[in-house]
Design a protein around this ligand. Structure first.
Ligand code: FAD
Length: 425
């Protein structure tokens, strides 16, 4: 891997997501050698992926080069590689570009889409976990519009204009709202030869209400906002099968759609090689203690979505959202230096800053500890928080400009089929 030898201990961090980069920044120019490995050369701001899928933002405004993040850190090296295995006896990780030795290993590999073992759904539906996947959805939506415009067959046209989103969590709700904006604002202007009312957006949620992790108040408000945008919300409904056209559910709801977007859940993406029992089944997350040490190992840590830390307040682990990842990364950066110096480490405690979701161009719901609210002001808060959380000044300026432009013009400027999506048949 061509990493120079160093007199300082080497910390290998796998994954440049929220957790990984938060830790990397903490170790800037400290007496350790840091090697960051990621299979992508950029950090993805996943909370705004749905805006790429729905043509609201260009992908490069939510992605940020990892090398740019570490450019001022002389003690830090980046390698573009996929980590395949850990050999702790030899203290090395095996990657797609060779092996690298570590003194301390940090696994921050996040999650992947969970299809719950259903192969038909996996091969026919569209996941939205990475930038290329979001671009696939963008292309497919626009390609469907183009096909619908030249189709005389009513049923075929309806299937092209039927969009089914599975999973009524924040991702599904936000995406449904954004696709409804396409229907309400773009379709009538760009595709005057199509009837916008032929386009249907269905949001399917397995539990009794949308946004199940948020308050009841937030669920009710967001359902009301979605319905006002024309989204058909189906609760207590889960998809049993999808063959690329027919959607079968547990209820008598049957839909025909060329596009099913799968936002129904995630599962951890651990790396193989550690002893049995370190990865908790079903969740697929590493069991860690309050110092983020993987059970049974003193020098291997897991952070963020991939880490399952059971505490009194969070007996099932922390929510798989950005804040626990950022906070854990920051603390582990400090703790590793303490460990090296032989000082006691500090236990992790999660500070919940609240949760939020946006629905369409000017509505959102926000749950804070003491206060819950929804509507226009909530949307303003949502925009501010997301803008400030984006990595890089350039990205913040571009996103701010795009949002302002889109808001004033009721537009979504990135309606481009750059790389056509080909459905596997
Ligand atoms: C569509 C979507 C919307 C979301 N919206 C919100 C939101 O609004 N608010 C919120 O708080 N959270 C949201 N989340 C969740 C949030 O993005 C995650 O909780 C957060 O990204 C977790 O950070 P992480 O560092 O643990 O993992 P990630 O950010 O997923 O980073 C993992 C990194 O590891 C790399 N990697 C994985 N495996 C390997 C390997 N074997 N070798 C090398 N590299 C590897 C990946 O390329 C990636 O860069 C959303 C997630 C999604 C998918």
């Amino acid at each position: 891997m061509n990493i120079p030898a160093s007199k300082n201990p080497r910390v290998v961090i796998v994954g440049g997501g929220f957790a990984g980069i938060s830790m990397v920044k903490q170790l800037a120019n400290k007496p350790v050698q840091v090697v960051l490995i990621d299979k992508h050369n950029y950090h993805t701001f996943q909370p705004l992926l749905y805006q790429v899928s729905s043509s609201g933002l260009e992908p490069d405004s939510i992605a940020y080069p990892l090398r740019k993040i570490i450019k001022k850190q002389k003690n830090t090296f980046f390698r573009l590689a996929e980590v395949n295995n850990i050999n702790h006896e030899a203290r090395v990780v095996q990657t797609s570009i060779g092996e690298i030795a570590y003194d301390y290993l940090v696994i921050a590999t996040g999650t992947k889409t969970n299809f719950f073992g259903n192969k038909a759904i996996e091969s026919n539906s569209m996941p939205m976990k990475t930038v290329p996947q979001a671009l696939n959805i963008r292309s497919l939506i626009l390609q469907n519009f183009e096909k619908a415009a030249i189709t005389n067959d009513k049923e075929a046209r309806e299937a092209l204009l039927n969009f089914v989103i599975v999973g009524g969590g924040p991702t599904g709700v936000e995406l449904a709202g954004a696709i409804a904006e396409l229907k309400n604002n773009i379709l009538p202007r760009d595709y005057h030869d199509l009837n916008a009312s032929d386009m249907q957006i269905h949001l399917l949620e397995g539990s009794a209400r949308v946004l199940p992790p948020m308050s009841k108040q937030a669920s009710e408000k967001s359902e009301k906002f979605l319905k006002a945008l024309g989204v058909k919300v189906h609760c207590n409904t889960f998809v049993k099968d999808y063959d690329g056209l027919k959607v079968t559910t547990n209820t008598d709801l049957k839909l025909e759609s060329e596009t099913v977007i799968w936002a129904a859940g995630v599962t951890g993406s651990p790396v193989s090689g550690l002893q049995e029992g370190t990865v908790v089944e079903r969740a697929n997350r590493y069991l860690v203690n309050q110092y983020n040490q993987v059970q049974g190992y003193d020098t291997i840590f897991a952070l963020g979505d991939i880490a399952l830390m059971k505490t009194e307040a969070y007996p099932k682990g922390h929510p798989q959202v950005a804040q626990p990842a950022i906070q854990q990364g920051k603390l582990l950066g400090k703790n590793i230096l303490k460990l090296i110096e032989g000082k006691p480490m500090k236990k992790f405690e999660y500070h919940d800053k609240g949760s939020m979701a946006t629905i369409g161009r000017n509505k959102a719901v926000v749950d804070l500890k003491a206060y819950k609210f929804g509507g226009f002001f909530a949307w303003f808060v949502w925009m501010f928080v997301h803008l400030m959380s984006l990595v890089g000044f350039r990205n913040r300026v571009i996103v701010f400009f795009n949002w302002t432009y889109n808001y004033i013009n009721f537009d979504k400027a990135a309606r481009l089929i750059i790389r056509p999506f080909h459905k596997s048949k």
